[in-house]
Design a binder for this molecule. Structure first.
Ligand SMILES: [Fe+2]
Length: 225
């Protein structure tokens, strides 16, 4: 796959074709050379065979991955919940991040969402971020900054299984499972490098208007308009 060979962080000469990573080394190579050991798939690849080419590509990164390359790799995947079963652990109060594989330069995660779970509104400064919807329908809400300091929603996307979402540096968004109770959402995410901190934003909320202090006898609590 050409996209595997053109990733910005690919280590030259190591695990050249991703497909080689899931192929057992030949008997001759296994007989003693250090290169044979290098050709063995990593534990995550063996645990998640359908993800093996992707994992071996990511393990070869030595810098931040190119976002379009990640997008292309995720589009080529054909995976179901069954392929990620051991990583599909759900949280109770919030969505859960289940790590499948990671290094200094990436993390690959299965995110699991019960109905009503959502991320904060956030951006992706310094990190290439792309994900694929594996099961259920996700909702992405995109925002733009306003002069007030609040952010304003500009677009909503219903993300069905197979949908791939890529977020650029300055994109601000929120992801949610807005399906009915009992309907799960599972997404497969790549961050490169590992995301350690993200900027979060506030959407406009209000508890109502102030009431003129001179209006004695008038309800003085929050009102609708
Ligand atoms: Fe995001």
């Amino acid at each position: 796959m050409s996209t595997l060979a053109t990733g910005s962080g690919k280590k030259a000469g190591r695990k050249g074709a991703a497909s080689a990573a899931v192929t057992r080394p030949s008997r001759r190579r296994r007989a003693g050379s250090s290169r044979a050991a290098a050709a063995e798939p990593c534990p995550a690849s063996m645990a998640y065979p359908k993800l093996a080419p992707l994992i071996e590509y990511l393990m070869g990164l030595n810098s931040r991955a190119d976002l379009r390359t990640l997008d292309g790799l995720l589009r080529k995947l054909k995976i179901t919940r069954k392929d990620l079963q051991s990583a599909c652990v759900f949280g109770t109060r919030a969505y859960r991040r289940n790590v499948i594989a990671a290094s200094e330069h990436f993390e690959l995660l299965a995110l699991t969402w019960r109905s009503g779970h959502c991320t904060p509104i956030h951006d992706h400064k310094g990190v290439s971020c792309a994900f694929r919807v594996v099961e259920g329908q996700g909702t992405e809400i995109r925002f733009v900054r306003t002069a007030s300091g609040l952010v304003c929603p500009v677009k909503t996307t219903a993300m069905k299984p197979g949908y791939v979402c890529s977020a650029d540096e300055n994109d601000i968004h929120q992801i949610a499972n807005m399906q009915a109770p009992g309907t799960d959402l599972i997404t497969l995410h790549i961050y490169s490098p590992r995301i350690k901190k993200m900027n979060t934003y506030a959407f406009a909320t209000s508890t109502g208007a102030e009431v003129d202090a001179g209006q004695t006898g008038v309800y003085a609590g929050p009102i609708d308009c």
